[in-house]
Design a protein around this ligand. Structure first.
Ligand SMILES: [Zn+2]
Length: 619
């Protein structure tokens, strides 16, 4: 082989290595929509052309669409569920059942064609449209659906709707007939009850025509800036016709949101790297000051997140006053805007971090809400701590911003309300159990993982996860495989215990026998142990007990470094004895996990000798 061939081969191997991608197929959906917005009736009359590619090995004789607006009718699953769950969402409660006809939402399909031929056989079942195809969609083929629909924007109840509590006229999300995702697990045709989403990667080309005094904000890049003005362009048009058509395009997204209000003011902020941040708010005493202060803070958030979680891949992001609370969409968020500055930053950061965990890493939220909300919470905690650290936000930065969530989770395990993370998001018994699982235990999941494999591998893993799974639909196993690869540690046991069960962690230092520390596992879930020995001299010694199931040990953990590793603790044993170099007479105390990262539900027994209880002291 000559040098040229060797170089070529090496180059090829390199390419394969760099481009190693998961080989799981995924569908593709490219939407073109032309929307005529009748403001008087709050109705959208739409034409939708959907180019749908079936990359699966299966022949599809049916397709399904989401018709989310149908949830906002009395008697819908969302209405009944919101009234019957024991801890209702105060934003919904019994508000749907009280909606008058003209305040309700609906999505009526007027006609469907596939490849130019009329499809007659379709029916609506709640928020799902079932379409029986005359001709099936073959594997690896593309078809074109043409659809005409009429939708009524409901009174704002949850996320989408007209006239929110702060007077934003239209927050328009989950508003168009949206093809359900079909993946290796089959069709995802969940009835919408006000919770999660899952979409197909693709593109949107959307034209919205409405009275020209309305300012529109949303997903995608505005194509006719000069015609529009309103802060999108440096050139304000001299005059505008009575009605204007706004033309947006977005690539590599799985949804499209927009909002419209005549009072929006836009601040357009171009970051040093060229990313354009747009802020839309209704000026007033409760908004103007805080929204004006937001752009430089959010630029710092982007810079931090790009470095730690992967580069933001779009050229624009919009923070839009609207909706209720906060909700994430591709390239945009709808947030309520009349907040104190800290709260405005908090909600902006959380929703923005979904641009990584959902808008790039598009997991199925219904099945794995914790990969979406929990990972977002983890990233948000890091970001908020950083903002305090650099003085952009009031308050003191802490060593570990995730400890609060660990403690929150520990308290919740004592209520008896906990349900496994693997529960389908719609089917938790309480809103509280869902919230704790998705947001809190999801963040704690990552914190436990960081404890198990160490900071260095963990941080590398988060970036590798991003690079490997961006614009795809990762599941929990995909994530844990990445973490196994970066750490060289087996982690399947951790995934199964922490996601599929509600077993808790509880370890105890029982006693010292000579120069041996005796430990016991009281909880159902096994973990490796960081053991710290603090000598009377003040010197600190660190011992590490790996779990046998890991078949490896962590390395380079900033929080717990310079340790001596013992032989592994086989999980089948309740107790473990670790030899140390120090004699009890030299020791002030021995403690399990000084960092408090491990979610040990009873920390009172983590110390030896046990601190005396108040009762004992005053005996
Ligand atoms: Zn969220």
């Amino acid at each position: 082989m000559n040098r040229f061939v060797i170089a070529l081969l090496l180059g090829l191997i390199n390419c394969i290595g760099l481009n190693a991608q998961p080989d799981r197929w995924q569908q593709a959906a490219n939407y073109k929509m032309d929307i005529d917005f009748n403001i008087k009736k709050h109705q959208l009359s739409g034409q939708q052309t959907l180019e749908y590619t079936n990359n699966s090995p299966d022949t599809l004789d049916k397709v399904y669409y989401h018709l989310y607006f149908n949830a906002f009718k009395p008697g819908s699953d969302m209405d009944v569920r919101s009234r019957s769950i024991i801890d209702p969402d105060p934003r919904v409660r019994d508000r749907i059942v009280k909606l008058q006809k003209d305040e309700q939402g609906f999505q009526n399909i007027r006609s469907i064609k596939m490849n130019g031929k009329k499809v007659d056989s379709y029916k609506t079942e709640g928020t799902i449209l079932i379409v029986d195809l005359k001709e099936p969609i073959l594997p690896h083929s593309t078809v074109v659906f043409d659809m005409e629909f009429l939708a009524q924007i409901p009174q704002q109840i949850r996320r989408t709707g007209r006239f929110n509590s702060e007077g934003i006229e239209y927050s328009v999300s989950q508003w168009y007939p949206k093809m359900c995702n079909y993946d290796y697990q089959g069709w995802h045709t969940d009835q919408y009850i006000g919770r999660e989403f899952y979409g197909i990667w693709g593109s949107f080309d959307v034209k919205i025509t409405l009275p020209s005094n309305y300012i529109v904000a949303g997903t995608g890049l505005l194509q006719n800036k000069d015609e529009i003005g309103y802060g999108y362009s440096d050139n304000e048009p001299e005059s505008r016709p009575k009605r204007l058509t706004w033309h947006f395009k977005a690539d590599k997204v799985h949804d499209f949101v927009w909002a419209a209000d005549p009072d929006y003011k836009q601040i357009a902020h171009t970051m040093k790297d060229g990313t354009v941040l747009r802020f839309f708010y209704q000026p007033g005493p409760k908004t103007t000051d805080n929204w004006t202060k937001l752009p430089p803070v959010m630029e710092e958030v982007f810079n931090f997140a790009n470095k730690h979680f992967g580069p933001y891949p779009f050229s624009q992001y919009s923070f839009i006053q609207g909706g209720d609370g906060g909700m994430e969409y591709p390239m945009a968020t709808l947030i309520t805007g009349e907040r104190k500055f800290g709260s405005l930053v908090g909600v902006s950061v959380h929703e923005l971090m979904h641009s990584w965990y959902q808008m790039v890493l598009g997991s199925n939220e219904l099945l794995y809400a914790w990969m979406d909300e929990g990972f977002t919470e983890y990233a948000s905690s890091e970001v908020m701590n950083h903002l305090k650290n650099v003085g952009l936000l009031d308050g003191n930065a802490v060593m570990d911003p995730h400890i609060a969530s660990v403690n929150n989770y520990i308290e919740f395990t004592k209520t008896g309300l906990e349900e496994p993370l693997s529960t389908h998001a719609d089917h938790f018994n309480t809103n509280r159990a869902y919230g704790m699982a998705a947001y809190v235990k999801g963040e704690v999941f990552l914190e436990q993982l960081r404890y198990i494999i160490g900071d260095e591998a963990f941080n590398r893993g988060m970036l590798r996860y991003y690079n490997t799974w961006k614009f795809k639909h990762p599941n929990p196993n995909d994530f844990i495989r990445i973490m196994e690869k970066v750490s060289g540690i087996q982690l399947d046991w951790f995934l199964r215990y922490f996601v599929n069960t509600t077993y808790t962690i509880d370890y105890e230092v029982v006693e010292m026998r000579g120069k041996e520390v005796i430990l016991r596992r009281n909880g159902g879930m096994p973990m490796p142990i960081d053991l710290t020995v603090i000598l009377k001299s003040g010197e600190v010694k660190r011992y590490y007990i790996p779990l046998d199931l890991m078949l490896g040990i962590k390395s380079e953990d900033n929080t717990f470094n310079g340790f001596t590793a013992s032989s592994p603790w086989h999980w089948v044993h309740e107790s473990f004895s670790i030899p140390i170099n120090e004699h009890p007479s030299e020791i002030n105390h021995v403690q399990i996990d000084v960092s408090n990262r491990m979610a040990d539900v009873d920390r009172t027994n983590n110390l030896w000798p046990r601190p005396m209880k108040a009762k004992e002291i005053y005996k």
